[in-house]
Design a protein around this ligand. Structure first.
Ligand code: PLP
Length: 409
C-alpha cells in the first residue's frame, strides 16, 4: 500500500520538555510554569495509579458508554465498490462526540489535584458542553469562555451549558470567536492558578496538554484496533480522521502508529477551497500555513506575511481553528501520517451520502473524513479496509445543513 516510508526515528514522543521534534514545547507566561509542572506531576502519577485508571475506566463504561461500537458500512462499501469501510462510532458516546473522553479525564485529574474550579474555552460549544457535563458529574465549578459571535450562532449549546450548571462568559475582544475565548481562559487561569484547572479541549496548548489529551483520547484507537481484529480478522490498511486541533485523529492514530505500513490520513477543513483563502487547512498551503507559536505551542499556524494569525473558515465549527496540534506537525514531517483536506461542498455531499446509505447522521467535522474515504475507497482493492473515525453525530449541525442545502436534502 501507498506512499509511506519506513519510520526510522523514534515516535514515542514527546521528549521531557514536551517537544515533538521541533514542534510543541511550552510558550507561556512565567506564572504558569509551576502550574504546568504540577500538572505534569499529577498526570504522571495518575496514569501510574491503578485506582485512578480503574475509576476512569468505570466511568467510561458506565457513563460515557464505552466501548463505542465499530460498524461495518456495508452499503457505503458496496456503493463505492472498493475498500471495505468500518466506522468507529464516537458519535454514540455520551454528549455525541469524542470530546467527553478528554473532558472526563481532565476533570478527574483536576479533582485529584484538589482544584475544584474549572475554566474552559469553547468555539461552537461542543467542548464547553463536554466540560460542563464532566463538571456536573464530579461536582466541580465550571466557567466557560465563549466569543460573543459564537454565542449568538450557537444558542442551543449556550443553553445546554447553563442547564448543566456552568457559567458561560461572553468574550468581546478580537474577532469574538474561539481564538479570543482561549486568550481569556488563559488569562483567567494565570489569575486563579492556585484554585483552578484549565480544561483545554484539543491536542493543543503548552506541554503537557497535547500529551495528556492524546492519552485520554487514545482509548478510541485501542478499542478500534481490538474490534477490527474481532470483526474483520485483521487490521485496516488505512485510518482516516478529521483534524481540527487534532484530538480525535491522534486518539485513533496512536494505537496504529507502530503498525507500519498502515496509512494514517488526517483531513483538514478546505472550506471554500485553498485558493479562496477561506479555509482552515494549515498544511495545505505553504504560503499561509507555516510553523509558528499560538496559544503556548509551536506548530503549523495559518498566518499572514507579518505573522498575524489569519481568520479561518469552515462550514464545520469544530475544524475552524488557525493552529493544529504539534504532534500532527511532527507525524507529517516524519511522513508517518499524511494530511489532506475536504471542502465544504465535499463534506456536505459526504454527509448526505452517509445519511442515505447507512442511516447515520454524522457531525460535519466527521463528514470531512467520510469525504476523503469516498475519494479513496473506489481505487482500493475489495479485500482492503479503511477505518474511519466518526468523531461525532450531526444533530448539532442540522440548522447549518438546512441553510447550506436550501431545504433540499
Ligand atoms: C470538536 C470536534 C472535532 C475537532 O476537534 P479535534 O480536536 O480535531 O478532534 C471533530 N469532530 C467533532 C464531532 C467535534 O465535536
Amino acid at each position: 500500500m501507498g506512499n509511506h516510508r519506513q519510520v526510522t526515528e523514534p515516535v514515542s514522543v514527546p521528549d521531557a520538555r514536551g517537544y515533538y521534534g521541533e514542534y510543541g514545547g511550552r510558550f507561556v507566561p512565567e506564572t504558569l510554569v509551576p502550574a504546568l509542572d504540577e500538572l505534569i506531576e499529577a498526570f504522571e502519577s495518575a496514569m501510574a495509579d491503578p485506582a485512578f485508571l480503574t475509576r476512569f475506566a468505570d466511568l467510561q463504561a458506565t457513563y460515557t458508554g464505552r466501548p463505542t461500537p465499530l460498524t461495518y458500512a456495508r452499503r457505503l462499501s458496496d456503493h463505492l465498490g472498493g475498500a471495505r469501510i468500518y466506522l468507529k462510532r464516537e458519535d454514540l458516546a455520551h454528549t455525541g462526540a469524542h470530546k467527553i473522553n478528554n473532558a472526563l479525564g481532565q476533570a478527574l485529574l483536576a479533582e485529584r489535584m484538589g482544584k475544584r474550579r474549572i475554566v474552559a474555552e469553547t468555539g461552537a460549544g461542543q467542548h464547553g458542553v463536554a466540560a460542563a457535563t464532566a463538571c456536573a458529574l464530579l461536582g466541580l465549578e465550571c466557567h466557560v469562555y465563549m466569543g460573543s459571535v459564537d454565542m449568538a450562532r450557537q444558542r442551543p449549546n449556550v443553553f445546554r451549558m447553563q442547564l448543566l450548571g456552568a457559567e458561560v462568559i461572553p468574550v468581546e475582544s478580537g474577532s469574538r470567536t474561539l481564538k479570543d475565548a482561549i486568550n481569556e481562559a488563559i488569562r483567567d487561569w494565570v489569575t486563579n492558578v492556585d484554585t483552578t484547572h484549565y480544561l483545554l479541549g484539543s491536542a493543543l496548548g503548552p506541554h503537557p496538554y497535547p500529551l495528556m489529551v492524546r492519552e485520554f483520547q487514545s482509548v478510541i484507537g485501542i478499542e478500534a484496533r481490538q474490534q477490527m481484529i474481532e470483526q474483520a480478522g485483521r487490521l485496516p490498511d488505512t485510518v482516516i480522521a478529521c483534524v481540527g486541533g487534532g484530538s480525535n485523529a491522534i486518539g485513533i492514530f496512536h494505537a496504529f502508529r507502530d503498525d507500519d505500513p498502515i496509512d494514517l490520513i488526517g483531513v483538514e477543513a478546505g472550506g471554500c477551497g485553498i485558493g479562496s483563502g477561506e479555509h482552515a487547512a494549515r498544511f495545505a498551503d505553504p504560503a499561509t500555513g507555516r510553523p509558528g507559536v499560538l496559544h503556548g505551542t509551536r506548530s503549523y499556524v495559518l498566518q499572514d506575511a507579518d505573522g498575524q494569525i489569519r481568520n479561518t473558515y469552515s462550514v464545520s465549527a469544530g475544524l475552524d481553528y488557525a493552529a493544529v496540534g504539534p504532534e500532527h506537525a511532527y507525524l507529517r514531517q516524519l511522513e508517518r501520517a499524511f494530511y489532506t483536506y475536504a471542502t465544504d461542498d465535499e463534506a456536505l455531499s459526504a454527509f448526505q451520502t452517509l445519511c442515505q446509505l447507512e442511516g447515520i447522521i454524522p457531525a460535519l467535522e466527521s463528514a470531512h473524513a467520510v469525504a476523503e474515504t469516498i475519494k479513496r475507497a473506489p481505487a482500493m482493492p475489495r479485500d482492503s479496509i479503511i477505518l474511519v473515525n466518526l468523531s461525532g453525530r450531526g444533530d448539532k449541525d442540522l440548522d447549518t445543513v438546512i441553510a447550506q442545502l436550501g431545504g433540499q436534502a
